[in-house]
Design a protein around this ligand. Structure first.
Ligand SMILES: O=C(O)CCC(=O)C(=O)O
Ligand SMILES: [Fe+2]
Length: 456
């Protein structure tokens, strides 16, 4: 295939998956794609109002390059000096997204078909799903879903009258490639290393475990508007089939001030209304994701995604100790302005965060711990009401068997970080660069401080 052919992503889509007369657009990396088109009874394209102007804005953003300061680009298997997961973790802790090319994945042998999804991922064509539907979203943006099945959504890929996607096909058995699995500190340390001494007695929300892996199935032409993922999780995504243009956004001024970041979240969530403000205050770049490309986003990263051809990807959420300052920042914003976070409301964060605190004294010294990040974790674990996402269930902040041991450890650690009645955690956390994890913690002196709770 010549390079010009591979850059034209309209071929094979126009007239079969989307209407022949669908408009097209050129991206900064040279790709040409369709723009979405769904016609109403007056033959007007309903995507003209919101979707197309926003996609046009995305297409004007620069393509993320190797030299990008906001996105690190890595090749799977090319690192020899340092463990790739260490490089990834360090970048994430500094609020940089990471793209890794060439990761093991499961491309379809021929095409994105129901047999491929069934045989490779165990997704039955009969599985009932709620699919996002562009026409429904246009009619009522609060109710964008229709009920369907995997087979129904797959079949309508080739129906130009529909643009649909499923953002959350539960696939708990899917995870990141081996090299990155240990980055999931919530699971690997929070849960695995505390269950022996602190068995589960209370009702724990299953989402603590089920949001580890999911699938995303898209028709050509679906755009996910700017948002950040809920509960301050990190997000990973890996393309299995198709292509995505994945934009990440930040403030032009580079500030990490909470009010400004909150403002950015609110404004970006409604591009049509705030277009002028966004174009003068917001910067971003587009990461092109092809099969075998994986992207990991730090907590709270505002992103928008355009999928120009039928695609399937896998992804999931996790927590990491070195990103807890970003988790705190993102959950702080969610508690103030809930509607800028999506990817399904989640009610489970507290229990995982508390277990992460309880695991701290027993962590290997190989795990990097940073002062602002760990202080953030302790604050979230001990002040759950302050971080309750707007609109979330009151059950999300109920105390369980983890409350007391978590409190014991958190109070000592907060004291260790210099928090007193006079110097409150906000006095430390809300000042300075919010994107930085702080100084590395001296583990020997921290363990010394924790001696009394450890009974040693
Ligand atoms: O692929 C998309 O349309 C959106 C995906 C997304 O926002 C996510 O996985 O967090
Ligand atoms: Fe998302």
């Amino acid at each position: 295939m010549s390079s010009t052919q591979s850059l034209d992503l309209t071929a094979g889509v126009l007239g079969t998956q989307v209407p022949q007369e669908s408009p097209s657009i050129k991206w900064k990396d040279g790709h040409k794609t369709i723009l979405p088109a769904i016609y109403d009874e007056k033959k007007q394209n309903i995507c003209d109002k919101v979707d197309i102007p926003f996609i046009q804005y995305m297409a004007r953003l620069p393509t993320s390059q190797r030299s990008s300061t906001h996105v690190i680009h890595l090749e799977y298997g090319a690192q020899t000096i340092r463990d790739i997961s260490e490089i990834v973790e360090e970048a994430l802790s500094l609020n940089k997204s990471v793209k890794i090319s060439g990761v093991p994945h499961n491309a379809p042998k021929k095409e994105l078909s129901s047999t491929y999804l069934d045989v490779t991922f165990g997704i039955s064509p009969f599985r009932p799903v709620y699919a996002h539907d562009v026409r429904s979203r246009y009619n009522d943006h609060l109710h964008p879903h229709i009920s369907s099945t995997i087979g129904g959504v797959l079949q309508s890929i080739n129906d130009p009258a529909h643009i649909q996607c499923i953002l959350d096909i539960p696939l708990s058995h899917i995870s990141m490639p081996d090299e990155f699995r240990l980055l999931d500190h919530g699971l690997v340390y929070g849960w695995n290393s505390t269950l022996g001494t602190l068995p589960i007695h209370s009702k724990v929300h299953p989402e603590n475990f089920t949001t580890k892996g999911w699938g995303l199935l898209h028709h050509a032409g679906f755009v996910s508007y700017p948002h950040h993922d809920a509960e301050g999780t990190l997000t990973w995504v890996r393309m299995e089939a198709g292509i995505k243009f994945w934009a990440v956004f930040w403030l032009k001024s580079g500030t990490s001030n909470r009010i400004n970041l909150q403002d950015l979240s609110v404004k970006l969530a409604d591009y049509t209304t705030h277009r002028k403000w966004i174009e003068s205050n917001c910067d971003g770049c587009v990461v092109t994701l092809r099969p075998g490309d994986m992207l990991i986003l730090p907590p709270g990263t505002i992103h928008a995604v355009y999928t120009p051809i039928a695609s399937f990807s896998t992804g999931g959420h996790f927590y990491n100790y070195s990103c807890m300052h970003l988790t705190e920042l993102s959950r702080y914003i969610d508690s103030e302005v809930g509607y800028t976070a999506t990817n399904q409301g989640m009610d489970h964060a507290l229990e995982t965060l508390r277990r992460m605190v309880i695991a701290i004294p027993f962590l290997s010294s190989r795990i990097q711990l940073y002062e602002r990040a760990i202080l953030s974790l302790c604050v979230m674990a001990t002040k759950p009401q302050q971080y309750r996402a707007m609109g979330s269930s009151s059950m999300s902040v109920e105390d369980t068997e983890t409350a007391e041991p978590c409190e014991d450890i958190s109070l000592i650690l907060m004291q260790y970080f210099g928090i007193t009645k006079r110097k409150r955690s906000g006095d430390v956390l809300y000042v300075g660069d919010q994107f930085k994890p702080g100084k590395k913690i001296d583990r020997i002196s921290m363990l010394e401080a924790l001696k009394e709770v450890l009974n040693i």
